[in-house]
Design a protein around this ligand. Structure first.
Ligand code: GDP
Length: 436
């Protein structure tokens, strides 16, 4: 079948050590698309004798990288228990699956033979004959329709999005729901290191790069060390992302580990959506959501700018909204506001509430402010003396900026700069220009 799809006799064997070892690739094309076919070897699940676990492991890795999985079954033999177990296993993967029923040479009987395989629950079975080549054109047409759009069809650079959370909160379940719903899974691409795999998907014309999906998925047949799902891995994913989806288990509430992850997101200045997952498993009435939201907010007070979403990876409820909210957060994260608008808002803040005065009668003066960076939006506020502005007043100004300008889903950075600081800096730059 692989030779038929690629119309070649030669298999290209990548014999590198590590992840790609022992998998056979062949290249082919159909219409205007090139593709690679990875031959994984025969899958057997209830037998751990020689090589079989390794074959499963290789198939797992191949699926991680694939756009479409092709399940080949034997039409002459009919459906077997092994087919059923492979179908079950494939359903646990986010990859889209097509069933090809081989040995259907006879056009009349072929359709009837293939029909039996509807019961695998993987959609329409395609009757084909690897030896005669019949049916493979229709099969390839269908497979190609599931391919991701070509890179150049995507309008913008992908937004990097990281799904973050403790083990068992439902990250991989969410990922499966998301990938399953995405008609166009672009591809799995190597991340920064050998063991990171990102997934590129497309939603409403926007490309998203799901950072380190290998670290999210738990693969039963692959044995990774304890570090694989650890905090360091999350840390790297946060660093590589534009926006983080922080997943919390609705049944456990916010734990210390969740707070730690949230702290890193804030510290790194990433946009964020907080997702309270497993909402289906919570006993609730109409008051539950606001009560839980309040609890989550009080424990994640340093992410008070993030939107909270209640989802269920099991029922799929609101999973779709993750992207809508992440998209808003990223827009805000990248936003730039003109100096005149910033100063209008600051003026207003000052007129509602003047800066504090010390006991000695010295009052803080805020001269003007300007946005100096985005991602996250950062502002420098020029004042007479930063010391005169305590935390309460600083928080008040930040709150006022948010009320006036929005910035939902992104942290802000405010730098308070005094006169003395500015003079010192000016002196320093003069010295650099005119060395005496
Ligand atoms: P991960 O370690 O964060 O990737 O978590 P998993 O996705 O592996 O999920 C851990 C367990 O929680 C599994 O048994 C899932 O079936 C279950 N789970 C995940 N999401 C939900 C959900 O929305 N509702 C319920 N009731 N269970 C869920």
């Amino acid at each position: 079948m692989v030779n038929r799809l690629c119309q070649s006799r030669e298999a290209i064997v990548h014999d590198q050590p590590g992840v790609t070892r022992d998998r056979t690739y062949q290249e082919g094309f159909w219409g205007d698309r090139d593709f690679k076919v990875v031959d994984t070897g025969g899958l057997v699940f209830d037998d751990d004798s020689e090589f079989l676990p390794e074959i499963r492991e290789q198939a797992d890795i191949a699926l991680e990288e694939a756009s479409v999985a092709l399940l080949i079954v034997d039409g002459l033999q009919g459906i077997t228990a092994a087919d059923v177990s492979i179908a079950e296993w494939l359903r646990c993967h986010p990859c889209q699956t097509v069933v090809a029923v081989n040995k259907c040479e006879s056009p009349e009987q072929g359709l009837a033979m293939a029909a039996e395989f509807w019961s695998l629950g993987l959609g329409e079975p395609y009757p084909v004959s690897a030896i005669h080549g019949s049916g493979t054109g229709d099969l390839l047409d269908h497979v190609l329709s599931l391919f991701p759009p070509k890179q150049d069809q995507l309008e913008e650079d992908p937004i990097q999005i990281a799904i973050i959370g403790r083990p068992n909160v439902g990250k991989s379940s969410l990922l499966n729901t998301i990938s399953g719903e995405s008609r166009a899974i672009v591809s799995s691409i190597r991340g920064t290191t050998r063991d990171t795999i990102d997934t590129l998907i497309e939603r409403d014309g926007q490309a998203w790069r799901l950072v380190d999906t290998a670290g999210i998925r738990r693969r039963r047949s692959v044995n990774y060390g304890p570090e694989f799902f650890g905090i360091n891995r999350s840390f790297k994913a946060i660093e590589r992302s534009d926006v983080c989806v922080l997943v919390i288990d609705a049944l456990d509430g916010v734990t210390e580990q969740d707070q730690r992850l949230a702290g890193i997101i804030e510290e790194k200045g990433r946009a964020c959506v907080v997702v309270v997952n497993k909402w289906d498993a919570v006993e609730k009435d109409s008051h539950t959501m606001p009560i839980v939201e309040k609890e989550v907010r009080s424990k994640l007070y340093f992410l008070d700018w993030a939107t909270i979403l209640f989802t269920s990876a099991v029922t799929g409820k609101r999973v779709d909204s993750i992207f809508a909210l992440a998209s808003i957060a990223v827009q805000q994260h990248r936003r730039r506001v003109s100096t005149s608008v910033v100063n209008e808002i600051l003026q207003e803040a000052l007129s509602w509430r003047s800066p504090p005065t010390t006991r000695g009668g010295r009052q803080g003066r805020l001269y003007y402010g300007t946005q100096v960076a985005s991602s996250p939006p950062s502002f420098t506020l020029f004042v007479n003396e930063p010391k005169l502005f305590g935390d309460t007043y600083r928080r008040y100004v930040e709150r006022h900026l948010r009320e006036g300008l929005g910035f939902d889903g992104t942290p802000l950075r405010l730098f308070w700069r005094g006169k003395k600081q500015r003079e010192a800096e000016r002196d320093l730059s003069r010295q650099q220009i005119m060395p005496s």
